[in-house]
Design a protein around this ligand. Structure first.
Ligand SMILES: NC(=O)c1ccc[n+]([C@@H]2O[C@H](COP(=O)([O-])OP(=O)(O)OC[C@H]3O[C@@H](n4cnc5c(N)ncnc54)[C@H](O)[C@@H]3O)[C@@H](O)[C@H]2O)c1
Ligand SMILES: O=c1ccn([C@@H]2O[C@H](COP(=O)(O)OP(=O)(O)O[C@H]3O[C@H](CO)[C@@H](O)[C@H](O)[C@H]3O)[C@@H](O)[C@H]2O)c(=O)[nH]1
Length: 446
């Protein structure tokens, strides 16, 4: 099949490459000339494991091309996939300007029957808007379909090539058949449904996963007070298949380009229909508070942050990505700086993006290694669970630090690794591992 993917970001690039790898002829389109030039010269603008290799392979086979020329690529394709951003507006609603602009450009260029697919995460009813924008420009017959994307950054290629499901929302039997055929190589679970349900499935899935994270974070906070270990609690809960053991890792709250934005958008979607989505509002509130637990623990250990040096390991919102959109690291670092502290930070991949995005120039030093961060720091905070960090022995960390204070915001160390250290150690929801400033066993009411 001949496919155009409009928007060559994390989603458009990964899915475009995977469609090419399945044997389709794919053109990835972006309006940013520099991005397209990079890709055409073999440079990949984002980091995603396995992406570069797959791009090189499919470009060499002539199945994958990059262009800024949307008009020609629309004309040449059978399927046009919209994969542009839908960032938050100040009130939390999704900004649909990029999607509408693309729909307009498709309407101007369309020259025969096409299937127009929206892969961007969009509020219920958006595909109908796309349809009406295109119809206003042309008499050509076309179908629209909602095919939301469920990939995770850091494992995007694997998630796409082995999707646990593909959802196709369309009113057209023909489009459903073509799109099912297109996605057969990636999954056995294809759900064909109506457009509005498909659009809702995407938001409901992200909201549910975010709810799981906020739930386990609250359980972790309670574990800290009652002397239980959240790792054991999550394990015990997860054996129940109805609960499942994934997405029960407590930490510093979810970040990234999706959960924060999509939870806010769903609250707004509900609100526009006069429905108060109380549960999801709490999920967001819990998530915002969770980031500041790191600061609370730092203050507990250091009393006053004025002129203290705090080391930060991890700036990306999760490991194996260079993406820093809505990373919890930003607010944590900003709050340390606001309290008069100095910050030294390291991330294996995300330093440049972090610098560019947040411009936190004062009192922050970016280091080339994890060791450089720890040296001479009054405390070290682990904010992203990069494998590189978990391979460093806590005893070594203790030797590097000026004062032996470690806040493990992602629970990367276990009891065995911590054995024999004199670190003042705080993790999330595991009070028995706290060393140094160990709380007294709490009194339980029975
Ligand atoms: N990032 C993820 O992990 C992920 C996963 C699932 C779904 N989504 C959703 O997919 C959509 C895209 O997300 P992303 O992270 O890939 O965004 P992104 O910002 O990385 O990429 C969007 C790209 O679209 C391009 N673009 C914007 N307007 C254009 C136009 N008129 N013509 C051509 N190109 C244009 C931009 O230049 C940019 O390169 C969003 O709706 C997001 O919510 C993202
Ligand atoms: O048990 C967990 C799991 C995740 N997280 C955090 O949650 C955030 C998101 O993680 P993850 O879901 O792995 O990454 P994303 O790339 O943001 O992917 C989510 O958002 C995408 C965009 O919509 C969806 O396509 C994916 O299905 C959905 O998992 C990160 O900050 C993680 O640290 C936790 O704190 N605890």
């Amino acid at each position: 099949m001949k496919i155009s993917v409009i928007g060559t970001g994390y989603v458009g690039l990964v899915s475009g490459v995977c469609y090419a790898d399945a044997g389709n002829e794919v053109v990835c389109v972006d309006k940013v000339q520099e991005k397209i030039e990079m890709l055409n010269s073999g440079v990949v603008p984002i980091y995603e494991p396995g992406l570069k290799e797959l791009i090189d392979k499919n470009m060499e086979l002539g199945r994958l091309k990059f262009t800024t020329g949307i008009e020609q690529s629309v004309k040449d394709s059978d399927i046009i996939i919209i994969a542009v951003g839908t960032p938050s507006l100040p009130d939390g609603r999704a900004n649909l300007d990029f999607v509408k602009n693309v729909a307009n450009e498709i309407g101007v260029s369309i020259n025969g029957y096409k299937i127009i697919v929206t892969k961007s995460t969009v509020p219920v009813g958006t595909n109908e808007i796309v349809e009406s924008i295109i119809s206003a420009q042309t008499d050509v017959v076309f179908d629209v379909a909602s095919v939301p994307e469920f990939l995770r950054e850091g494992s995007a290629i694997q998630d796409t090539l082995n999707s646990n499901r593909v959802v196709i929302g369309t009113n057209s039997k023909y489009a459903a058949d073509v799109l099912s055929e297109l996605h057969k190589p990636f999954t056995r679970n294809i759900l064909v449904t109506d457009i509005r349900s498909s659009e809702m499935i995407k938001y409901a899935s992200n909201a549910f996963l975010a709810t799981k994270i906020s739930f386990i974070n609250e359980i972790a906070n309670i574990c800290e007070k009652v002397g239980a270990d959240v790792t054991q609690v999550a394990l015990g809960m997860g054996y129940d298949h109805r609960i499942g053991n994934s997405f029960l890792n407590p930490g510093i709250g979810y970040g990234g380009s999706c959960f924060p934005k999509d939870t806010q958008a769903l609250i707004q979607i509900a609100g526009q229909m006069n429905y108060d989505f109380k549960l999801l509002k709490s999920v967001v509130e819990v998530n915002n508070d969770q980031r500041f637990n790191v600061l609370t623990k730092l203050k507990l250990i250091l009393n006053d942050l004025e002129n203290k040096t705090v080391g930060i390991w991890g700036l990306a919102f999760k490991p194996n990505t260079d993406d820093v959109r809505d990373t919890p690291a930003y607010e944590i670092i900003k709050s340390i700086l606001d309290c008069g502290g100095k910050v030294k930070a390291y991330d294996p991949l995300a330093i440049e993006n972090f610098k560019k995005t947040f411009r936190l120039s004062h009192n922050i030093i970016y280091c080339d290694t994890a060791k450089d961060v720890a040296l001479d720091s009054d405390a070290l905070c682990i904010l992203t669970e990069w494998e590189e960090f978990s391979l460093i022995n806590p005893t070594t960390i203790q030797k590097w630090l000026k004062r032996p204070n470690l806040i493990d915001g992602r629970n990367i160390y276990n009891e065995v690794q911590l054995y024999g250290t004199d670190l003042t150690y705080y993790s999330v929801g595991r009070p028995s591992l706290n060393k140094g400033v160990k709380d007294k066993s709490p009194v339980l009411f029975v």
